[in-house]
Ligand binder design. Structure first.
Ligand code: ADP
Ligand code: MG
Length: 157
């Protein structure tokens, strides 16, 4: 599934659409260079789930936990990892469990150690906007995308 997001509100809207498809246990990879819009997308998810406080980028903390809408949602950013072992050393393995939703920025920095994602979202600067490719890699991911596609206001790209 490909989309073009012309401006920041479109990225937030995609996050809101994605939020409706999330279920406990899901892992979402957010890929793309610095400035591609990964944190903005995560912010859209969190706001749609009812978070009113400011969404911090976990670039320095590595992870932020939110408990909202009866979900445990972990928002990771592995940008600062220099070695993929740091992920295991940090003790993050237990965070990927059937009760929690994990949104992961820079999953490639954890090497091949992360679980297979249910949904992978690749974002790229495209003119003044962003182009996005969304793929489902599991059954849960395919169900999530089906729920997401029910939202017709997202412009194809
Ligand atoms: N669809 C979009 N079109 C234009 N700018 C966007 C879009 N989505 C997000 N942005 C902007 O891109 C910048 C970087 O976003 P951010 O989410 O911090 O990126 P990342 O987490 O991938 O480094 C922010 O200023 C944000 O407002
Ligand atoms: Mg970010």
């Amino acid at each position: 599934m490909r989309l073009f997001l012309a401006a920041e509100p479109d990225t937030l809207a995609l996050g809101a659409a994605l939020a409706r498809g999330l279920r406990p246990g899901m892992v979402i990879f957010l890929c793309g260079d610095l400035g591609a819009g990964k944190t903005t997308l995560a912010r859209g998810v969190l706001r749609a789930l009812g978070l009113t406080e400011r969404v911090k980028s976990p670039t320095f903390s590595l992870v932020e936990l939110y408990t909202i809408s009866s979900l445990y949602l972990y928002h990771f950013d592995f940008y600062r990892f220099k070695h993929s072992d740091e992920w295991a050393d940090a003790g993050f393995r237990d965070y990927f469990n059937p009760e929690s939703v994990c949104l992961v920025e820079w999953p490639e920095k954890a090497g091949g150690q992360l679980p297979v994602p249910d949904v992978k979202i690749e974002m790229k600067v495209d003119g003044n906007g962003r182009s996005v490719t969304i793929s489902a890699e599991t059954e849960a991911g395919r169900n999530c995308l089906t729920r997401l596609q029910d939202r017709s206001s997202l412009a194809p790209g």
